[in-house]
Ligand binder design. Structure first.
Ligand SMILES: Cc1cc2nc3c(=O)[nH]c(=O)nc-3n(C[C@H](O)[C@H](O)[C@H](O)COP(=O)(O)O)c2cc1C
Length: 137
């Protein structure tokens, strides 16, 4: 069975609370192992960036659910491709510090630019994502 890898960005709901975020993480960490999904969720300003890895059918089902979740909007898939080895094998859902309400750093801004700039290369999106992780320590 092939393992795929995808990343998307979306905009958090304006009234999203820390409790909402904790619930999203609880749900992810409970559900993802059952579906053999691993990944990382990064929250930056009001921007969500999530990388998901797993069997194609599991990703399809999860995207459907997440795409209809009112806790965020304007979900934009950045890339999706087949993977030979997981990047986040040990994380049912890693989480990056949030900094909600803080201005976006350069990497965050460039991710927003991708949203308006149409499809982009997986490597470019992953590079920006990794620099966001660095920026948030
Ligand atoms: C930004 C964001 C990321 C999410 N990521 C996941 C995820 O990785 N796995 C998951 O099961 N649910 C995730 N959710 C929650 C789903 O949309 C959905 O509410 C949840 O899976 C329902 O869980 P349940 O079927 O156990 O009630 C996410 C929601 C948001 C807003």
């Amino acid at each position: 069975m092939s393992i795929e890898h995808l990343a998307y960005i979306s905009t958090a709901a304006p009234d999203l609370t820390d409790a909402d975020l904790r619930l999203i993480l609880d749900q992810s960490r409970r559900n993802n192992p059952r579906q053999r999904i691993t990944g990382h969720l990064q929250c930056h300003g009001d921007l969500f960036f999530q990388v998901l890895e797993g069997p194609a059918e599991s990703l399809d089902a999860l995207l459907e659910k997440v795409g209809n979740d009112p806790r965020h909007a304007d979900l934009r898939l950045l890339y999706r491709e087949t993977l030979t080895r997981r990047n986040f094998a040990n994380w049912s859902m890693g989480f990056g510090p949030c900094g909600r309400g803080q201005p976006l750093t350069g990497a965050g801004r460039r991710l927003l630019g991708l949203r308006d700039g149409g499809p982009c290369g997986a490597r470019r999106a992953l590079g920006l994502f990794l620099s966001l992780l660095d920026a948030s320590g």
